[in-house]
Write a protein that binds this ligand. Structure first.
Ligand SMILES: C[S@@+](CC[C@H](N)C(=O)[O-])C[C@H]1O[C@@H](n2cnc3c(N)ncnc32)[C@H](O)[C@@H]1O
Length: 276
């Protein structure tokens, strides 16, 4: 990282009155930088992109995020400022992922959470990963554990990228990719699994019954939920009650904050052990 940030680098190059609109933070995925340019300083967008590339020599593509993630596939809207492609290779925890933010959801911010989940998994586990996206959770786990993972994702563009990433990594475990709706695919799995991963906070509660139905007694559900900040402390009890209402007794093994939407909402990661 350069010691100088974009705001400092633009000092004197844009009118002082416009400086307050510059976002300090931006996301880097591989050699792609994703920046936000408020409409008040739209006229400086190319200068901002060029300045960023000058600061970070490894950046080859600059995308401007013009709309937040939305829709079932959770994809944002982007304008290309620099570069002639939108795909890249992203590395974390010794794995490589083919990513393209314009085609499929991916967040580089959850690398530590993926490392935490991987550390829990034991060789020999059978796993379902719902909402698999381009495969960051399954590939992290299968890289270092001799497991069998069924990964389910509805966006065909995401599973195409996922399939490409399988070729980029030498894995210890096996991954089978299913393209389609979890509600159509998971009920057809005839066996019960040691672990169900559900890395999609927005829709997860709607799919908890299916996860509970497919997990073995004693098995684990890695569950995620967005909650208002004031409800975070009650999240364990809320999840326990949701499971009880669905007829299952559970123990919460761990809870942690991993991300937020503004200051008002937290992404809670909950590890659920299904007792009965
Ligand atoms: C927030 S993204 C998370 C992706 C991935 N787990 C990750 O961490 O990068 C949620 C994903 O769930 C997928 N999805 C949403 N509803 C689904 C459904 N009913 N069946 C299968 N996948 C679904 C979306 O297409 C999207 O890729």
């Amino acid at each position: 990282m350069s010691p100088m940030n974009l705001k400092e680098a633009l000092k004197g190059k844009i009118p002082e009155k416009d400086e307050r609109y510059i976002y300090r933070a931006f996301e880097i995925i591989g050699d792609i930088a994703i920046i936000q340019v408020p409409k008040e300083i739209e006229q400086h967008k190319m200068l901002m992109a060029e300045t960023l590339c000058a600061l970070h020599k490894n950046i080859k593509v600059v995308l401007r995020k013009i709309d937040d993630v939305s829709g079932k596939y959770r994809i944002g809207k982007y304008e290309t400022l620099i570069g002639d492609r939108t795909d890249t290779i992203y590395s974390e925890n010794n794995i490589r992922l083919k990513a393209d933010p314009t085609r499929a959801y991916f967040s580089s911010k959850l690398g530590t959470e993926r490392e935490r989940i991987t550390a829990q998994v034991k060789d020999g586990e059978t796993i379902v990963c719902m909402f698999a996206g381009i495969g960051p959770f399954p590939i992290n786990v299968a890289k270092v554990r001799d497991v069998t993972i069924k990964a389910v994702e509805i966006n065909p563009e995401a599973t195409a990228l996922f399939a490409e990433s399988l070729k980029l990594n030498r894995l210890k475990g096996k991954i089978e990719i299913f393209t389609g709706d979890i509600k159509d695919i998971v009920p057809n799995f005839t066996e019960k699994f040691d672990r169900i991963m559900m890395p999609a906070p927005k829709d997860a509660p709607e799919f908890l019954d299916l996860a509970l139905d497919k997990v073995k007694k004693g098995g684990i559900i890695n569950y995620y939920s967005f909650v208002p900040a004031e409800d975070y402390d009650d999240l364990e009890e809320t999840v326990k009650k949701q499971c009880a209402d669905l007829g299952r007794k559970v123990e919460i093994l761990a809870k942690r904050k991993c991300g937020n939407i503004g200051v008002c909402q937290f992404r809670g990661a909950i590890d659920i052990k299904v007792l009965d």
